[in-house]
Design a protein around this ligand. Structure first.
Ligand code: AHG
Ligand code: MN
Ligand code: MN
Length: 283
């Protein structure tokens, strides 16, 4: 696992360099979810692929930017599912973006996720690594090296509300839930990039990020294998929760296809209890 984490550190430095120096704008292609790929998406994907080609414990790669599974080493133990550059269109307007990695052993299910990592490219490069042992660990890059900052432990309640999806397409009960949080004193913190938005909740100790199913996208937008499950793992390891709209743990999900999406909610205990209560009343 250390080899994989070290590879992610190298990848982070390289992708950060691309973001800061490369041409932005669209490439000529689109990805499996039908989204136009930015040149930065394609370049970041290439950086990740090249880096893991030399890591023999990695059996295969699954990327947000590619169809299917890329087999690497037949004797490898782990499959790395990744989003090379999440929120890539935000780079155009100089907002923070990120990379997300889920490390699976065996079938690609939430249960088989054994470690996760994400990188935030903002004013600084930060990295969070999580395994099944202990709390997630937070690092910051300085001169190309990652220094350990602290372990991440969530409280029972926060004051951040990060509601995703188009409001006009929210269900009535979801609107009620979001409004109830604001009435309870919560502050809107939503950049449109799940990596910096979730990073803020993790570092500030709590709150909730929601990306519900909507009338135009009943299964949500965020993809299970390389966006939702890696963060679900990190939230649970930090003492928080990650569930879908039925209150089922996201880590209990078994994606039928690598690019399947799911409604998702990440947060601390107080907000999750309230969410479950309001969502039960929807029927
Ligand atoms: P992508 O990897 O395609 O850039 O995904 C960005 C995600 C996520 O970061 C964010 O929370 C969500 O898309 C925002 O979605 P909307 O565009 O629907 O607001
Ligand atoms: Mn993404
Ligand atoms: Mn992406």
């Amino acid at each position: 696992m250390l080899t994989i984490f070290d590879t992610i550190k190298d990848i982070a430095i390289k992708i950060d360099h691309e973001i800061k120096t490369e041409d932005l704008g669209y490439s000529d292609s689109s990805n499996t979810s039908g989204e136009e790929q930015l040149k930065l998406d394609v370049k970041s994907d290439y950086i990740v692929e090249q880096a893991f080609k030399d890591v023999s414990i990695v059996k295969a790669l699954v990327s947000e930017e590619k169809d299917g599974v890329l087999e690497l080493h037949a004797d490898g133990k782990y499959t790395v599912c990744y989003d090379p550059l999440d929120g890539s269109s935000l780079a155009d307007v100089n907002l923070s973006v990120g990379s997300i990695f889920g490390i699976y052993e065996g079938e690609l299910t939430g249960e088989n996720l054994v470690a996760s990592a994400y990188v935030v490219y903002g004013p600084r490069i930060e990295l969070v690594l999580a395994t099944k042992e202990g709390r997630p660990k937070h690092y910051r890059a300085q001169d190309g090296l990652f220094n350990f900052i602290s372990e991440i432990t969530l409280k029972d309640k926060g004051n951040i509300n990060a509601p995703g999806g188009t409001q006009q397409h929210w269900a009535e009960y979801h609107k009620r839930y979001v409004d109830a949080l604001f009435k309870d004193g919560y502050r809107l913190r939503y950049s449109g990039g799940m990596v910096p938005d979730l990073h803020q909740i993790l570092l500030k100790g709590g709150g909730i990020f929601s990306y519900p199913g909507t009338t135009d996208r009943p299964k949500g937008k965020l993809r299970q294998l390389f966006e939702v499950l890696p963060f679900a793992f990190i939230f649970e390891q930090a003492g928080g929760h990650a569930i879908n709209e039925q209150g089922i743990r996201l880590l209990d999900l078994v994606p039928a296809h690598p690019h399947d999406t799911t409604p998702c909610f990440f947060g601390t205990t107080y907000e999750m209890v309230a969410l479950k209560a309001l969502y039960r009343m929807k029927i």
